[in-house]
Design a protein around this ligand. Structure first.
Ligand SMILES: [Fe+2]
Ligand SMILES: [Fe+2]
Length: 411
């Protein structure tokens, strides 16, 4: 069935340009072009739409008002902002209103990829329990500015690694943290990384983007308000889960891009915990207290008290921020893989297994409930016979990491 998309822009020539640019999509999309928010709502009232793409600054009803009305009246519609105002503030403020953000000028390929990605992430964006929790969060963290600027550079035809390195350099705190991290034993790089440019060269832009995100989310967390929550342990758990997920992909002979996806998913898989703890302090204290006293996992207790878990909330935010679909899906399902997963390797499989193995092999706190792997999921994927190999490979990585840490205590 064709996807139905309504486009809203007060400038005629913009609509004409869009129509021309997307002509090739007519066999897949049924497109309607209107020039005001009122007309868009009218169109949506008459025939159900899948996606709305709107400009932000319009006379009368502006983009924010329109998207809020759409959210209330047509909650099943994917909301995308297409803004010509390339000021980062607009993008920073838009996270609450839209599922995706695009900057004009935007080519047909990028446009199509964004719509497809948002549609494929419907499970994440339109999940009722997640929506309810997200609606209660007053300020969703905005994308780090450095990350936005980096994305802008990456959109250029020939992005320059030097410029990317310099962008990170301008953010003094970020650059110091990135260097500290990539020089730590977790990365196992046998060379000293002296500058952000060097780090980008060695690790690639995808990993650097994920590091910026995780460092920013972790640094926003106010530890003093959570005496029972060890940020340090969560950070180490995240780094090791990333390392394990990548190791599993490596053992399975996957491509470099897949190994990167696995690493990124492992690194970010639990960021939803930070969001929940920061925004629902009292309830999250209860989650932590009761999960320990009742011997239940944190995500199980989150489900009881929020009807949603850190997995889903984290995936929602990272989906908004434009992380790859496989990463967002892996994070969304990392505790509860879907019953109908296709056979074979997936990022989700690697992260699910890596998270369990981390809980098994690195015992930080004996009070935590065990996180066994979902054996049915592994069986459906045809991978249950591989677990022992992964366990051995991860154990080896861990030993190597500890050895490096001892050898280079100052890094
Ligand atoms: Fe988790
Ligand atoms: Fe975890």
């Amino acid at each position: 069935m064709k996807k139905r998309i309504v486009f809203v822009d007060d400038e005629r020539h913009v609509l004409d340009a869009l129509r021309r640019m997307l002509r090739g999509m007519r066999d897949q999309w049924e497109m309607t072009f209107v020039s005001t928010g009122e007309q868009a709502l009218e169109t949506m009232g008459k025939s159900p739409q899948d996606v709305i793409v709107t400009d932000m600054r319009m006379p009368g009803m502006d983009g924010v008002q329109l998207l809020n009305a759409v959210r209330e009246r047509f909650p099943g519609v994917i909301r995308i902002i297409l803004s010509g105002h390339s000021d980062t503030n607009m993008a920073l403020q838009s996270v609450r209103h839209a599922h995706q953000y695009l900057l004009k000028p935007c080519g047909a390929e990028e446009f199509k990829a964004t719509v497809d990605r948002a549609m494929n992430l419907k499970d994440v964006f339109l999940n009722d329990a997640v929506k309810t929790v997200v609606a209660k969060i007053e300020t969703l963290p905005s994308m780090p500015r450095t990350y936005l600027e980096l994305m802008a550079e990456l959109r250029r035809e020939e992005p320059s690694l030097r410029t990317i390195g310099e962008l990170i350099n301008q953010d003094v705190g970020m650059s110091a943290n990135i260097l500290k991290l990539v020089n730590s034993a977790f990365f196992g790089l046998r060379t000293h990384v002296s500058s952000p440019v060097h780090a980008v060269n060695l690790l690639g832009t995808e990993i650097i983007k994920a590091l910026i995100i995780s460092l920013r989310l972790f640094s926003r967390f106010d530890m003093e308000r959570f005496p029972g929550f060890s940020l340090d342990l969560l950070w180490k758990h995240s780094l090791t889960t990333g390392l394990f997920a990548k190791t599993i992909a490596q053992v399975e002979g996957r491509s470099n891009a897949e190994m990167d996806d696995c690493y990124i998913s492992g690194l970010l898989h639990d960021v939803g915990k930070l969001l929940l703890a920061t925004n629902f302090e009292a309830t999250y204290q209860e989650v932590l207290r009761r999960s320990r006293s009742e011997g239940r996992t944190v995500h199980d207790m989150e489900n009881t008290l929020f009807s949603a878990t850190h997995a889903e909330i984290g995936a929602y935010l990272l989906g908004l921020w434009g992380l790859p679909e496989s990463v967002v899906t892996a994070i969304f399902f990392h505790h509860a893989p879907p019953p109908a997963n296709p056979p074979g390797f997936s990022t989700l499989l690697a992260v699910h297994a890596a998270n369990s193995l981390e809980h098994e092999l690195v015992v930080f706190n004996a009070e935590y409930a065990p996180h066994p792997m979902d054996l049915d999921f592994l069986k459906r994927a045809g991978q249950s016979g591989r677990v022992e190999t992964w366990r051995i490979a991860c154990q080896e990585k861990l030993t190597e990491e500890y050895r490096l840490e001892r050898e280079t205590p100052l890094r």
